[in-house]
Design a binder for this molecule. Structure first.
Ligand code: PLP
Length: 402
């Protein structure tokens, strides 16, 4: 059975916590967690294997059910989210699926915040709906509407701490309390905020999911996911991940462990850059609008100020004048910044939600959350921000001049 590491939450600053890997003794006093690139573990005793597979005692038998490198990553993420426990999945999608199934093993409504990564409603539609789960959309920014939907359809609420790609921030504290009151469990996808900006368990979330692929990894070189929360729920999720075979590769976990050590430093720099870039581009003649929750013009600026810590994340949304053709010219005119249908790298990248992250939504669903072919998502990295500002300005001018 999959194991999930856990430890009492401690209160040192996240900059210290992410660098000083907490007190774990690695074999031979290794300074960093070893990579256990093994699928299985050898024994000389039938009884010992039998005991371990019965969940009695600590040890590993087969890496689908548990691996020391993956468990080391779980331990670190539980520390960063100040959680009791965590478990690692093969991908962010694997984590979200296991999270929903752990919260509701039998068919139930899955209530999804309107502004969410398109893969999440895609998962509900393609995998869970045929099993009897039902998809409901939730406008988390209208209290009366949210209350009515949650009252009518108690089940599992899935919401992001900072939404993809327009930086919407739901009032997680009041929303989660309301969902619980109405009989729902709550899964918060904290991929965009990372534990640097938000720790949603503090607002009462039952489980927190991550696409570790993004900021925790930080270098576009791995695919992995994670769930953090109580020992009971993460162990339930670990069982699901094991039997479904959506457990991670140890090398991906090892890379993520390395990435996690600079998470705070990267997020600090990237979120400062995002604020500077969004401020510099606001009012640009080629842009209809700049979306960043750190700007006072953003509809959720006040909620973000109340709920997010140390800044507002590193995703900026741009709405260009001129639609898809202008976006194409803009992307081709960027000299430093590549198009990358992912995010969270140390380098700044751009993507277009309608062709990538949100392509699984219908046009009407995209329109309801202001996403169309004029919108570009910028994942701001840790470069010198002046270089970024100059590159974006020249590309916007080119996009508008032809
Ligand atoms: N959650 C968010 C917010 C995402 O942006 C993504 C992927 O882009 C996922 C989950 C899925 O993660 P993964 O690609 O690691 O499966």
């Amino acid at each position: 059975m999959g194991k999930s590491y856990c430890r009492e939450a401690i209160s040192i600053d996240i900059h210290t916590l992410s660098v000083q890997i907490p007190a774990v003794e690695w074999p031979y006093n290794a300074a960093t967690p070893p990579l256990y690139q093994t699928s299985a573990y050898t024994y000389h005793s039938v009884d010992e294997v039998d005991r371990l597979l019965s969940g009695d005692g600590r040890g590993y038998t087969y890496s689908r059910g548990g691996n020391p490198t993956c468990d080391a990553l779980a331990y670190v993420l539980a520390e960063l989210e100040r959680a009791e426990a965590a478990v690692i999945a093969a991908s962010g999608m694997g984590a979200i699926l296991a999270g929903i199934l752990a919260l509701s093993p039998t068919a139930a409504p899955v209530i999804v915040a309107r502004e969410i990564y398109g893969g999440t409603p895609g998962l509900v539609r393609q995998v869970l709906q045929p099993l009897g789960y039902t998809l409901y959309w939730l406008n988390t920014h209208n209290e009366a509407e949210a209350k009515a939907t949650l009252q009518a359809h108690p089940g599992v609420l899935v919401v992001e701490s900072i939404s993809n790609p327009l930086g919407r921030v739901s009032p997680l504290d009041t929303l989660i309390a309301m969902a619980h009151q109405m009989g729902s469990h709550v899964l918060v996808d904290n991929t965009f905020a990372t534990p640097y900006h938000a720790q949603p368990l503090r607002f009462g979330a039952d489980l927190v999911a991550h696409s570790v692929t993004k900021y925790i990894g930080g270098h576009s070189d791995l695919i992995a996911g994670a769930l953090v929360g109580s020992k009971e729920l993460t162990q339930r999720a670990a069982q699901i991940l094991n039997v479904m075979g959506i457990t991670p590769d140890p090398f991906a976990a090892w890379l993520a462990l390395r990435g996690a050590r600079t998470l705070a430093l990267r997020m600090e720099r990237a979120s400062q850059n995002a604020l500077s870039l969004s401020t510099a581009l606001s009012g640009h003649f080629a842009l209809d609008r700049v979306y960043y929750p750190g700007l006072s013009s953003h509809p959720d600026h006040e909620v973000a100020q109340r709920l997010l810590e140390r800044g507002y994340g590193a995703i900026v949304g741009l709405r260009l004048h001129g639609g898809r053709r202008a976006v194409e010219r803009f992307v081709q005119s960027l000299k430093l910044v590549p198009f990358l249908p992912s995010l969270g790298d140390v380098m700044t990248t751009v993507s277009q939600p309608v062709v990538a992250s949100h392509r699984e939504l219908t046009e009407a669903e995209q329109r309801a959350v202001e996403i169309d072919d004029s919108v570009v998502r910028v994942s701001v990295g840790i470069e010198n921000v002046q270089d970024l500002i100059e590159d974006f300005q020249q590309a916007l001018e080119s996009a508008n001049s032809r």
